[in-house]
Structures are given as structure tokens and as C-alpha cells.
Ligand binder design. Structure first.
Ligand code: SF4
Length: 351
């Protein structure tokens, strides 16, 4: 007899996609087959998840209804005969496909007044008592009876596995960009949410100089999306000329799946609170994550190899995209030297 099939409607942010992986692991304990419907932007996350049988990629654009595309996708899914669907985004439009595809069980948070159409409608969490995102998604599998404290267990940490063909492709990327370096670190200076989560570029430059001085056989790759290219160029502008051959800007130059592969082969990662931070944690890379306006108890890097730099000022976390006070002291006052020292500690004790 074939296994029951479950569909996941994926979230739209890379970090959220990584933090949904423990939910998939929990669903899989009931011996079912899990498929994921995701945008091309987050699909690579689920391609590196052992619990997923098939990733269905559809080019949904944020904020657009795209009814013809949703109709076309749902027709394809209707034939598959899914038993249940977990809808992770909160939007009303994310419910359209499971409705049109006739999937009997629809499990989600109430979101935008959609409880009437859900078979399992969980109340939205109170914003003042924000659980961790991993716990938030996991609650869907426990019909909201999940004890949030349990997420601290390593059993519920997200995990990614890179396929051997991806690693092979990444070896040639490394030969192209860092032909003379035996090892390398990753700097990921982007944060989609906004500047209040981005450590200053001059701090990243100073940190790169410290690393390249200390680790003479190492190179550095700067990873991110195309949007991060100019930020990475600003970092390179502050790197001392004698080190420039050992640091390369790969932002927007390789697809996400290769960026994940390259990250999995690196010796350490320094990033903001971003999608790349969560990928590094799920790959178990020694890492230091710099937090500004966001809350490290809500979206921590879930890995024993991760360290967090967070000042916890009176104004933090403000959850704003831009600093409302105009100084971004939560980030500016985290010195490159302190991150460098924390990173050295992570390498020696967690590497
Ligand atoms: S208000 Fe405070 S926490 Fe928010 S961005 Fe500014 S310095 Fe950071």
C-alpha cells in the first residue's frame, strides 16, 4: 500500500524555510511521503532536506494573487491525492491551492481570517509572547499542544544535507575563486529585512583584515544575493590591498544551492541574523551571528556550534527595519575585535 501523502506550502523567506524543517521531521514520524510547494527562491532549502520526497517549484511573486498560475498548479496537485496540507504562510492566498486541489485536511494558523476554510485552525500566537519560530511551526504538528521548552532539544534543530553532486560543482567554484587558499571562511553581510539587522560594512572590512592577517592559509568568500553585491563591494573597499587576492565577492554570482554547498565546505561563518545564518546552523558550521534590531530568542541559530553577539540595549529588540533612533547602536557598538575573538573561540571549541 502506498504511503499517505502530505503537502507543505512553504514560507517565502529562506530563514523561515530552514526553521520549518523540524516540523517536516515530526510529520515524517507518521510514515508518510512529504512534498513541498515552494517558490524557486526557497526551493533549494527543501531539496537539501532528507524528509522531502519532491519539491514542486512555482514562481509565486510576493504580494500578487496570480490566480491562473494557482489554478494551473492546483490541477496538477489534485491528481496526486494528498491527504493533508500544512500551510505555513499566514496569507489568505496561500490557502487557495489546497482548496482548489481538494486536499481534505488543511492545517494552519488562522492568519488572515481563514479559519472557516481550515480543518485544523490554530489561534495566532500573541505577539507579546512570541515563541521561537521553530516552536511556532512545530506546534502545527502537535495541534498546538507542543511544549515550547522542548525545542531546546537538539532533536528539534534544523538539519540540511548537501548532495554529492552539489559538492562536486562547488569544488570547481572554489578553484575558480580561491585557487591558492587551502581553507576558507564565509562572510554573509546581507539581511533581507533591512539595515537595522546589518552590521556596518566597515566593521566587516576590519574583521576581514583581522582574519586574513591571523589565518595566512585561509581565504574569505562573501556570500549573498544580487542585492548584497554593493554591500560586499563596500566591504572589499576597506580590505587592505595585500589581502585582496584572498577575498572574493560571490554575491549573486552563484545560485543558492551552490552557496549552500560552498558554505558546507567552509571552516566558519560570520553573518547577520539572516537566512544564511540559519543555513549555516543547519549545516553545523562554526559560526558567529550578529544581532541588531531582532530578538535572538525568537530566531536563534539552532546549533551547538553557534555563538551570538547581541548587546540587549534598552531599546532592543525593536523589530524595526531601520533604526528609529537613527544611530543603530545595537550594531555599531559590537566591535570587530569582539566578533573576531568570539569567532576564534568558536573555531577552537566548536570546530
Ligand atoms: S532602536 Fe535600538 S534596537 Fe532598534 S535599531 Fe535602533 S539601536 Fe537597534
Amino acid at each position: 500500500m502506498s504511503k499517505p501523502r502530505v503537502l507543505i506550502i512553504a514560507p517565502n523567506w529562506i530563514g523561515d524555510a530552514v526553521m520549518s524543517l523540524p516540523l517536516l521531521k515530526q510529520i515524517k514520524t507518521s510514515d508518510c511521503q512529504i512534498d513541498v510547494l515552494a517558490t524557486p527562491w526557497v526551493a533549494p532549502i527543501y531539496e537539501a532536506c532528507d524528509e522531502v520526497q519532491k519539491v514542486i517549484s512555482a514562481n509565486f511573486i510576493h504580494g500578487q494573487l496570480q490566480l491562473p498560475l494557482r489554478w494551473q498548479v492546483s490541477r496538477g496537485l489534485r491528481k496526486t491525492g494528498y491527504k493533508a496540507c500544512y500551510i505555513l504562510p499566514n496569507s489568505w492566498k496561500s490557502l487557495i491551492i489546497p482548496l482548489l486541489a481538494g486536499i481534505p485536511q488543511k492545517i494552519a494558523y488562522i492568519g488572515e481570517s481563514r479559519s472557516f476554510f481550515l480543518t485544523h485552525a490554530l489561534p495566532n500566537p500573541n505577539k507579546s509572547e512570541r515563541p521561537s519560530m521553530v516552536g511556532h511551526y512545530l506546534s502545527l504538528a502537535f495541534n498546538n499542544s507542543f511544549e515550547i521548552s522542548r525545542f531546546n532539544s537538539e532533536d528539534f534543530y534544523p538539519r540540511l544535507t548537501m548532495k554529492s553532486e552539489v559538492i562536486q560543482a562547488c569544488s570547481s567554484v572554489l578553484n575558480n575563486y580561491l585557487p591558492n587558499s587551502k581553507n576558507f571562511f564565509i562572510i554573509a553581510p546581507g539581511a533581507e529585512f533591512g539595515p537595522a539587522k546589518q552590521w556596518p560594512t566597515n566593521h566587516f572590512s576590519h574583521l576581514a583584515n583581522l582574519l586574513l592577517h591571523q589565518y595566512k592559509e585561509f581565504g574569505i568568500l562573501i556570500l549573498g544575493s544580487k542585492k548584497d553585491t554593493s554591500v560586499a563591494d563596500q566591504i572589499l573597499y576597506g580590505v587592505e590591498p595585500q589581502y585582496l587576492a584572498r577575498i572574493q565577492n560571490l554575491c549573486g554570482k552563484i545560485p543558492l544551492i551552490e552557496a549552500m554547498g560552498v558554505l558546507s565546505m567552509s571552516k566558519g561563518l560570520i553573518s547577520n541574523d539572516s537566512g544564511m545564518m540559519h543555513i549555516g546552523a543547519a549545516l553545523k558550521i562554526p559560526q558567529v551571528a550578529v544581532f541588531g534590531s531582532s530578538d535572538p530568542s525568537h530566531t536563534p541559530p539552532l546549533s551547538k556550534k553557534a555563538s551570538i553577539m547581541y548587546l540587549g540595549l534598552d531599546c532592543s529588540p525593536c523589530h524595526q527595519r531601520k533604526c528609529p533612533l537613527g544611530h543603530s547602536n545595537c550594531l555599531v557598538n559590537i566591535s570587530p575585535e569582539s566578533v573576531f575573538n568570539e569567532f576564534n573561540l568558536a573555531l577552537t571549541t566548536k570546530g
